[in-house]
Design a binder for this molecule. Structure first.
Ligand code: C2E
Ligand code: MG
Ligand code: MG
Ligand code: MG
Length: 285
């Protein structure tokens, strides 16, 4: 009968839907357990000054090493953490841990300490408590707000509303705000009129295509010019080759990040690089 075939049809589709939903639910539960058990780590990737390549900042990137399993990429677990709201607790852990490392670097290296960039997701920007949480964490570690930059995405603030308000409050605290993957959104330039950012992280796709063609160079140049004209920093993301560095310097870029300079690594590796830089400076003097 029609009724039975309707029921069958539902049954045919249910396992498919179930397996996706079940997978996400399992992953969400594993994330929660992982946070309680301390399975997350932060790694840091240098952000360097051009020319020269001196470290001026680091970006904190979260890593998950589930007990008894292979590491899981943030590209896989961040979306699920966002959907389930787990990102709020995970995000607080990231802020806490990154501020603790920032305070340690400030103590050890003073003015040569790197600025620390922390990624915050769209869901976190919808939480009106975020500015207070950032402020109280910085206060606990006695961190100057200008040593912290929060990286946000264009899509997170595109709708305005609560997220945009959160960004304004963060700026009032004195922390930097960077637009991550800049140029990939629907209306990157429009956003610059309303969203009070301090830094543009020019997306890797624009940097990848820096192969000397006039069009690609014109776009990359324009993005750095826009930043400079507006009084913002431009950071070239995903720099992988010496040739790119040479072009970026010629095109007016003053900051870069990518595997050419360093892959993300544990905080101790940043210390090694900072100590080397301090040593070089002493030798030069
Ligand atoms: P993102 O914030 O744009 O981070 C840059 C990503 O590009 C990182 O991937 C980094 O390892 C990678 N990368 C850096 N230089 C190069 C390069 O030269 N070549 C290539 N091919 N890749 C490069 P990762 O660590 O896998 O993170 C992926 C994304 O996950 C991040 O993109 C960010 O959106 C998100 N994410 C990471 N950590 C956090 C976090 O603590 N909180 C939130 N909300 N999101 C995070
Ligand atoms: Mg980022
Ligand atoms: Mg990025
Ligand atoms: Mg990216």
């Amino acid at each position: 009968t029609a009724k039975r075939s309707g029921a069958n049809r539902v049954q045919e589709h249910t396992p498919q839907l179930d397996s996706t939903a079940q997978h996400d639910a399992d992953l969400a539960a594993a994330l929660r357990r992982g946070l309680d058990r301390g399975e997350f780590r932060l790694v840091y990737q240098p952000i360097v000054k051009l020319p020269g390549g001196r470290i001026t900042g680091v970006e904190a990137l979260v890593r998950w090493h589930p007990e008894g399993g292979p590491p899981v990429s943030p590209a896989d677990f961040i979306p699920v953490a966002e959907q389930t709201g787990m990102i709020l607790d995970l995000g607080l852990w990231v802020i806490e841990t990154a501020c603790a490392d920032a305070a340690r670097w400030r103590q050890a290296y003073g003015t040569a300490a790197p600025r620390v960039n922390i990624n915050v997701s769209a869901r976190q920007l919808l939480d009106p408590d975020l500015p207070d949480q950032v402020a109280s964490t910085m206060a606990r570690y006695r961190l100057d707000p200008d040593k912290i930059t929060l990286e946000i995405t264009e899509t997170a603030v595109f709708g305005g509303g609560v997220a945009l308000n959160t960004v304004r409050e963060l700026r009032e605290l004195g922390v930097g705000v960077a637009l991550d993957d800049f140029g990939t959104g629907q209306s990157s330039l429009t956003l610059l009129r309303t969203c009070p950012v301090t830094t543009l992280k020019v997306d890797k796709s624009f940097i990848d295509e820096l192969n000397g063609t006039a069009e690609q160079e014109a776009i990359a140049t324009s993005l750095s010019t826009i930043a400079r004209t507006l009084g913002l920093r431009a950071v070239a993301e995903g720099v992988e080759t010496k040739e790119q560095v040479v072009r970026l310097e010629a095109l007016g870029y003053r900051y870069a990040q990518g595997y050419y300079f360093a892959k993300p690594g544990p905080a101790e590796l940043i210390d090694v690089a900072l100590e080397q830089a301090l040593h070089d400076r002493v030798v030069q003097q």
